[in-house]
Design a protein around this ligand. Sequence first.
Ligand code: AMP
Length: 214
Amino acid sequence: MILSILGPQGSGKGTQAQLLVDRFGFSHIETGKLLREIAESDSVIANSIKETMNSGALVSDEVLSQVLESHLTNEVLARGVVFDGTPRNLAQYLLINNLLAKFGCKLDYVVYLGITDLESVKRISARRTCRICGRVYNLITHPAKNEGRCDCGGDLEQREDDVPESIQRRLSTYHKETSAVIEKAREDRILIEIDGSGPIETISENIIKNLRLE
Ligand code: AMP
């Protein structure tokens, strides 16, 4: 099964994707993480990607296409794939399906996690990530046992783009561009809408039930 989890910033798409990956062995393609890795590398495009990401805008479809292409292999697809945070606009929806078609696959489902903008800003402002292992905490809903420190011992930090100005820009990009993907998925009858405001476990069970994974 090939699926994409979408939702506004802070809707829990990363958490839900990881739960599916842990339980069912899917390959996890998280474009935000892959792009952050390139932004921190010494490649020639690192700086411009970092600037775009910090501003809250979307990285170009061309860069995204290269990132996706380099991660899609027969082995990755054989395990099933959870795309986390992609496609973010209509062009990417078509791009993903074109790339998948080369392997005889297609996007089977788009899972949409809905939360309000207010909830999104609240959650994102409280998000902290481990510098070492990348584990994600939330000061309100999922605090670390030791304040400011991950279970692995690493320091917790706020992502550079998790500041109010960038969050607002990302939310407005989301409403402008990603809502078209949701509509297209609805039209293609592959959309699964899930309320993202409840407890993590309830949302996960809801996704699993709707995908008929069990
Ligand atoms: P995320 O970790 O999903 O919140 O993504 C962080 C940032 O990475 C976004 O604000 C974009 O700048 C960039 N990004 C992630 N996924 C994509 C995508 N599919 N297309 C374009 N830019 C992306």
